[in-house]
Design a protein around this ligand. Structure first.
Ligand code: THU
Length: 160
């Protein structure tokens, strides 16, 4: 039996230290929390992503009385991008979480299902997707979705 360690890389910073384009994505993700439909959790999540050609696609979490029918902000934005711009790689995705009257001080972390969709999108286009997790006090930047999802499941795994 052998023990293994997986390391991952990310940056932490104040969001004002981000390049201008990424600050704009963060601003849009923050704005999108206001479009969240989250009467059940009262936890509003906004997402804004940048496509390679400069197009921006936005999303927010959408809940439902039949709870599992709802969808996270990240997947709402990613599926919209992949549906409307199937030829365009997603190069960056910013996420912001708002609850109880304020944005989270330390960022909310994307759920496993969203990470799975992120790595499939990244893999599909063969380009790294930067993930920016906004927090009022501290923002985290992952250079690639794969850094958030080690040992992910890919199409090749279906081949056995
Ligand atoms: N949520 C997201 O939109 N993104 C995440 O990464 C985590 C959770 C949403 C789902 C649900 O509407 C609410 O936040 C509470 O879990």
């Amino acid at each position: 039996m052998k023990e293994h360690t997986i390391k991952t890389n990310f940056l932490s910073c104040d969001w004002k230290e981000l390049p201008e384009k990424e600050q704009m994505l963060v601003q849009l993700a923050k704005q999108m929390t206001q479009h969240s439909y989250s009467p059940y959790s009262k936890f509003s999540v906004g997402a804004a992503l940048l496509l390679k050609d400069g197009t921006i696609v936005k999303g927010s979490n959408q809940e439902n009385a039949a709870y599992p029918s709802g969808l996270c902000a990240e997947r709402t934005a990613l599926f919209s991008a992949n549906s409307n711009y199937p030829e365009q790689p997603v190069v960056a995705l910013a996420i912001a979480c708002y609850t109880e009257g304020h944005f989270l001080a330390t960022p909310g972390s994307p759920c496993g299902a969203c990470r799975q969709v992120m790595i499939e999108t990244e893999h599909r286009y063969g380009e790294p997707m930067k993930i920016i997790l906004y927090g009022e006090d501290r923002t985290l930047v992952f250079h690639s979705a794969a850094d958030l999802m080690p040992l992910g499941f890919f199409a090749e795994d279906l081949l056995g």
